[in-house]
Design a protein around this ligand. Structure first.
Ligand code: HEM
Length: 195
């Protein structure tokens, strides 16, 4: 029987649909946040009508929105009950019996994103070097989030449009990271005016 034929309707499984849709939206928002973070390091992208603090503010707010969607995704996935995932699996990687490895990658990415956002909210009171070192771990966390999305998400794992989102996101991040490493702009940490 095909996956589509077996799928419950929205009315039968609202939490499952909410978990899937918020998972996809949070992945897109985290991807956009990563690219905006890279854009915020580039003075060449700023202009009088769009100063760099505007990019940084957008970067911050898209990150927070992504975290909010991530929270709904995690809570609805666990409450749904279709798959048995414990609350501990939210923060401890490798203890989920359901798609262990791929859920573990999502857990690690989540832990890193929470740490990066938490430290960013208090970064003006932190040592700038430590803040930046931790911030750069998002470059390692994003591929884990990508793999998690690709391998656990119904919409990506079964070749639906989620797969195209995953491919588009990989191309976008690949181009942004290549530009970041090739353009010599602002190697030193910038103490942003955006809180
Ligand atoms: C409240 C949340 C956040 C705040 C306030 C924040 C703030 C900043 C600031 C001020 C910069 C510029 C650093 C510089 O000029 O050297 C930056 C860069 C960056 N941020 Fe964030 N950030 C947040 C969350 C995130 C998240 C969740 C991600 C990942 C999805 C992320 C990814 C990046 C990246 C990739 C860079 C560029 C790093 C580089 O190559 O130098 N940020 N962020």
């Amino acid at each position: 029987m095909s996956v589509l034929a077996a799928a419950p309707t929205l009315g039968q499984a609202p939490l499952w649909y909410l978990a899937r849709s918020t998972g996809m939206v949070s992945f897109v928002l985290v991807t956009v946040a990563l690219c905006l973070g890279i854009a915020s390091t580039q003075r060449a992208l700023a202009s009088p009508s769009w100063p760099r603090f505007a990019t940084q503010g957008l970067h911050r707010n898209v990150s927070l929105l992504g975290l909010a969607f991530l929270g709904v995704h995690i809570v609805t996935t666990i409450l749904d009950g279709y798959v048995n995932i414990s609350w501990w699996a939210v923060v401890v990687p490798g203890i989920s019996h359901y798609r262990g490895t791929w859920v573990a990658l999502g857990t690690i990415a989540f832990d890193v994103i929470v740490a990066v956002i938490a430290t960013s909210l208090v970064r003006l009171r932190m040592n700038a070097t430590y803040w930046r070192r931790l911030h750069l771990t998002v470059y390692a966390a994003w591929p884990l989030a990508w793999l998690h999305f690709l391998k656990t998400g119904t919409d990506a794992a079964h070749g639906k449009f989620g797969l195209w989102i995953a491919i588009a996101a990989a191309v976008l991040v690949g181009v942004a990271v290549a530009a970041r490493t090739s353009l010599r702009d602002d190697p030193a940490p910038v103490r942003s005016v955006v809180r």
